[in-house]
Design a protein around this ligand. Structure first.
Ligand code: KIV
Ligand code: ZN
Length: 379
């Protein structure tokens, strides 16, 4: 089995469903172009049947990008699939992503249906979608809570019907990493025709486990991860693209590879956050303002002695210029001396001790001491 992991970005579909994060078609094209440069394999561009604007966005994104596959979402109903097929007309490589609820909770409460009827509808949907494109992904919604043997039966049936990718979403973010990884492994070991398709994972973050579950999923055999920039998405969001990609890069021993140019992660994160008016939390892994900022005296001293002491990745690798030393009342002399030297000031030890005492008084009041404050202090 190849260790190439395909990155399926759904920022413009699952991510854009977030209240307040809606984008215009032009903005979506702008993001799609950057996602192409980032090196994602698939861009889920929208849900064409949902609105004329979403339909238009899938059309325009299909025209604007060349390398990534452009994917359009549909439910397992003819009208949705027809809209997706029409919207993808200009795509160099188009994929229809169709599917239906697979857990008994969804089958009973959403569809008032039965497992057998759902399976038949799934097969019909995949066959209908294959009339438009050669690449059809099937999603078994709420697979995280679905009966495993039914999930295997469904997976086998949709692959036989022509699905090239089968998505096993943890729609409600319910699974623990071990459970989710085992689920994927079970599917690999029990679906006879599984080699004819790629198994995809799509994790939501309701328990803060989306990244961990996605990694467990690829260890279980999945080869496509569905994720979003900054982890945006329904409720607590989706798997964060930057987190899974960097986890694979930092842990080279896992042997996984992606096509992502990681130096573009921070700029793309900023672009999406700005256009969607969705701030990135300061302590967000990889792209948050504090992801490479050191503020306590012990950490600053260690970082200044060797960056490896407190950093597991080089900020340049994710497109962040440099690590930051934030001067606060928790900072020590080493960090203060380092910043003063950068500003062109060198002092003997007794003078530095005096400045440090005054610095602490200032930091207690101002919380963060910036370069202007420091100049004032030394003057
Ligand atoms: O979370 C989910 O199950 C989805 C599907 C539509 C793929 O977003
Ligand atoms: Zn989702």
């Amino acid at each position: 089995m190849s260790n190439r992991i395909y990155i399926f970005d759904t920022t413009l579909r699952d991510g854009e469903q977030v209240p307040g994060c809606q984008l215009t078609t032009d903005e979506k094209v702008q993001v799609a172009v950057q996602l192409e440069l980032l090196g994602v394999d698939v861009i889920e561009a929208g849900f064409p049947v949902s609105s004329p604007g979403d339909f238009r966005s899938v059309v325009e994104i299909s025209k604007a990008v060349t390398n990534p596959t452009v994917c359009a979402l549909s439910r397992a109903v003819v009208g949705d699939i027809d809209a997706a097929g029409a919207a993808l007309k200009h795509a160099k490589r188009g994929r229809i992503h169709t599917g239906i609820g697979a857990s008994d909770i969804h089958i009973r409460n959403k569809f008032g249906s039965t497992r057998d009827a759902i399976l038949e509808q799934a097969v019909r949907a995949v066959k209908h979608a294959r009339g438009y494109v050669d690449d059809v992904e099937f999603y078994a919604e709420d697979a995280g809570r679905a009966d495993l043997d039914f999930l295997c039966r469904l997976t086998e049936a949709v692959i036989s019907a022509g699905a090239t990718v089968v998505n096993i979403p943890d729609t409600t973010g319910y699974c623990l990493p071990g459970q989710y990884g085992d689920k994927i492994k079970y599917i690999y070991n029990n679906v006879p025709n599984v080699d004819k398709a790629t198994i995809s994972i799509h994790c939501h973050n309701d328990l803060g486990l989306a990244t961990a579950n996605s990694l467990a999923g690829i260890m279980g055999g999945a080869r496509q991860i569905e994720c979003t920039i900054n982890g945006i998405g329904e409720r607590a969001g989706n798997t964060s693209l930057e987190e899974v990609v960097m986890a694979m890069k930092v842990h080279k021993e896992l042997g996984f590879e992606t096509g992502i140019d990681t130096t573009r992660l921070y700029p793309v994160s900023q672009l999406v956050s700005g256009l969607m008016r969705m701030p990135v939390q300061a302590n967000k892994a990889i792209v948050g303002r504090n992801a490479f900022a050191h503020s306590s005296g012990i950490h600053q001293d260690g970082h200044l002695k060797h960056t490896e002491n407190y950093e597991i990745m080089n900020p340049l690798d994710v497109g962040v210029d440099k690590s930051l030393i934030i001067l606060t009342a928790r900072s020590g002399r080493h960090a203060l001396r380092h910043r003063l030297e950068l500003l062109g000031y060198r002092y003997d030890k007794p003078t530095l001790d005096t400045i440090y005492t005054r610095f602490l008084d200032m930091a207690d009041v101002r919380k963060e001491v910036n370069d202007k404050d420091l100049m004032e202090l030394v003057r």
